[in-house]
Each structure stands twice: as C-alpha cells, then as structure tokens.
Write a protein that binds this ligand. Structure first.
Ligand SMILES: NC(=O)c1ccc[n+]([C@@H]2O[C@H](COP(=O)([O-])OP(=O)(O)OC[C@H]3O[C@@H](n4cnc5c(N)ncnc54)[C@H](OP(=O)(O)O)[C@@H]3O)[C@@H](O)[C@H]2O)c1
Length: 363
C-alpha cells in the first residue's frame, strides 16, 4: 500500500469523479474534491459518499477561471497535492463550441497551470473518441493523426489531450486515461444518472424515432463506470508505472446488430431500423419523429457510423485485467436496470427464460 497521499480531483461530483474519489479515500488517501455547482458527492449506487479511512476535503471552484477559481486558502491547499486527477468537463452533446472550449480546453489549461506550478503529477481523463470519425483500430499511443472529430465535444477533448501531451513533453509527469462510453456498473447495470447514450436508448426503444442512419456492423464501445474508476485510481496510485502512458478504459464492443437483436428480446421495446447514412433523409421522417431525431438522436448518429476498435493492450498489461467479454449480457443488464427504474417505461412481466439466449430473465 503506497504512503497516504493528498489527491486533488476535479469533477469529483461527476459520474467518474465520485467513484474515483470513493476509491482513493477507501485506500486511505486524502482527497481534495473540486466541486462546482453540485454541492455533494453521490456514488453510482445513488448513496452519498461516506469517505474513509482517508479524509475528504471539499473545495469549491470553477476550472474556467484562473487558479480554478479557488480562494487563497484552497489554492494553498491545492498546491500541496501529491497528484491531480482531472475529470471535470462538460460532457453533454449539442452545446455551442464556445462552451466546450471554455470548460474542456481552457479548463484543462488552468489545471495544467496548477500542475506545472508545483510539477504535480497529473492523471488526465480524456475520451477514447478523440480518435474521431474513423474505422479500424485506434491505438493508445495515437492522438492527432488528422482525424475529423465527430462533434464539438470530441474536438475539445482532442485539443485538451494535445495540451496535456505538450506539457508532458515539457517535463510534467502525466498519464492519460481514455474511457469510451461510460455506462452502468458491471454487475448490476446500475447507473446514477441517465446521460450520454441513455436518452438515445429511450427515444429509440419507445419508437419515438423508428428509422436511424447507421451501419449494422458499426461498433459502439460501452465501458462500466466501475471499470473506468478502477483504472483511473490505479493510474494515480501506481503513477510511476502509468507515467507517460495513455490507457484505453474500454469495455464491451457492441455492433448495431447486437443492439437490435438484444432490443428485440424485449417485447416492450421498439427496435429501430438502421439505414445506410447515404440513404437517410431526416426531412423524410414523419413530423412526430422529427423533433426527437433533431434533439436527441442526431447528436449521437456519428457513433452509428464508426467501425472502430479501441486497442487496450497497454491498459491490459498495466491493470492485469483481461478484456471484457459477453457484451450482450452486459447490455441486457443495462436495459434491465433502466426498466426496473422506469426510465425505459414500465418493467414488463417476467419474460420466459427461453426468450433469452443466455437463459436470464428480466427482474
Ligand atoms: N460519461 C462518459 O460517457 C465519458 C466518456 C468518455 C470520457 N469521459 C470523460 O470522463 C470525465 C468524467 O466524465 P463524467 O461522465 O464523470 O462527467 P459528468 O458526470 O458530466 O461530470 C463532470 C463533472 O465536471 C464538473 N464541471 C463541469 N464544469 C465545471 C467547471 N467549470 N468547473 C469545475 N467543475 C466542472 C461537473 O460539476 P457540476 O455538475 O457541479 O457543474 C461534474 O462534476 C470527463 O473528462 C469526460 O470527458 C466521459
């Protein structure tokens, strides 16, 4: 067990940051949690974080401001951190570029300034989708290879990660963890809030949009939040081994065919029809579908076009964990959790075990 450290975690109130904070305090470390608008820390299981045996020291700040907007006393505390974990970001899609630039790019600049000031080792949380709109294998050591980002969020994360690499080239100890699409817990499918891909699932499974542009062999990578938090925490605790590395925190690869087949197992769900993007015309959608397509699905349809595989060889060696398998059962756990909570409509009566290839049933 490493000596107790003090770790500054930005975005500690977020989905990933809360779980990283929980793991660090559980390992006996003191965490300075940079909170923004959300005052408390709620874990993925929906309960308030009970820290320990390490301490929790909440500070309030705003990464868009120099010095992270900390008051003098908190700035002094932050300067004593042994490590920084940078999770804070704006993660919603469809926002103006200016918002991504302010939080994800300028915010990362301010975190880097703080880290550079005291040469504090930095674990930066990026995204595997900095790979942009491409097919084939995206490797952990690749960054800017001239790719076209799929949206303003991806562009901002690519710029931020490039800045982190530049700081590393200037001697700042850094490591980068790149999650794919963060979803519910490995074992239960539970997720604290239904963001990212979840609203799309809701619109599609309710039949609010029935025709979607996409290739059935396109691949989406879903990674359980606990797997991401484990890897980020390990990268912090074993920083010297992680230093200079970029680690893909990826999980279950699912094609759109997998999605369609699994959705079809649920009698209460509509199954969307994917059509080649070149043949899709949003204006040809029925009037009732168009607003849902424009406001929800269109923000994600870039993910329905990519046939990308994230190579995680370095992360696998670093963490010693095998690649995840059994993607379809994981998707069922996510859907079951959504049904249990009512997010995807009322839970259906139990489905006969034979209805599912793995013999499991809805709870
Ligand atoms: N979720 C995913 O699917 C996913 C996938 C790949 C990579 N990532 C990356 O993983 C990291 C964590 O994501 P997440 O899912 O945990 O995101 P999240 O749940 O949206 O949390 C983001 C956190 O950033 C904080 N934040 C936003 N603006 C801030 C500001 N101006 N100053 C300080 N804090 C600010 C938020 O605080 P308030 O809510 O209080 O404003 C929140 O605690 C991010 O870097 C994200 O890009 C996420």
């Amino acid at each position: 067990m490493p000596d107790p450290m003090t770790v500054l975690v930005t975005g500690a109130g977020g989905l990933v940051g809360a779980e990283v904070t929980a793991r660090l305090t559980a390992a006996g470390h003191t965490v300075l949690t940079l909170l923004h608008r959300t005052p408390g820390i709620v874990r993925n299981n929906g309960r308030a974080l009970v820290p320990g045996p390490g301490a929790l020291i909440p500070v309030t700040g705003d990464i868009t401001r120099p010095g992270l907007g900390l008051n003098q006393e908190d700035r002094r505390l932050a300067a004593t951190a042994d490590r920084i974990v940078h999770c804070a970001a704006v993660t919603d899609f469809g926002l103006p570029d200016e918002r991504y630039d302010r939080v994800n790019v300028t915010g990362t600049r301010h975190v880097l300034d703080l880290a550079l000031h005291a040469r504090t080792p930095l674990a930066h949380v990026s995204t595997a989708y900095v790979c942009g709109e491409r097919d084939g294998t995206a490797r952990e050591d690749e960054l800017d290879v001239g790719q076209r980002p799929g949206n303003g969020y991806e562009r901002s994360k690519l710029t931020a990660e490039t800045m982190v690499r530049e700081a590393a080239a200037d001697g700042l100890p850094t490591t980068v963890v790149r999650p794919s699409i963060v979803t519910g817990a490995t074992r239960t499918g539970r997720v604290r809030e239904f963001k990212t891909i979840y609203p799309v699932l809701r619109v599609l499974t309710r039949g609010l949009v029935r025709t979607v542009p996409g290739h059935y062999d396109c691949v989406l990578d879903l990674v359980p939040v606990d797997r991401v938090a484990d890897l980020v925490t390990e990268a912090v605790l074993r920083f010297e081994e992680a230093r200079g590395r970029t680690l893909h925190a990826v999980g279950h690869e699912l094609t759109l065919r997998d999605f369609s087949d699994v959705l079809a197992e649920y009698p209460c769900f509509h199954v969307p029809r994917f059509v080649p993007p070149s043949a899709f015309r949003a204006r040809a959608l029925p009037d009732r579908e168009r607003p849902y397509y424009d406001r929800v699905v269109s923000l994600y349809d870039t993910y329905f076009r990519r046939r990308v595989h994230f190579d995680d060889a370095r992360a696998a060696v670093f963490s010693g964990r095998p690649a995840t398998t059994r993607a379809r059962p994981y998707l069922r756990r996510l859907l079951d959790h959504c049904l249990t909570t009512g997010y995807l409509g009322p839970a259906p009566r139990q489905v006969p075990a034979t209805a599912r290839p793995d013999g499991s049933t809805h709870r």
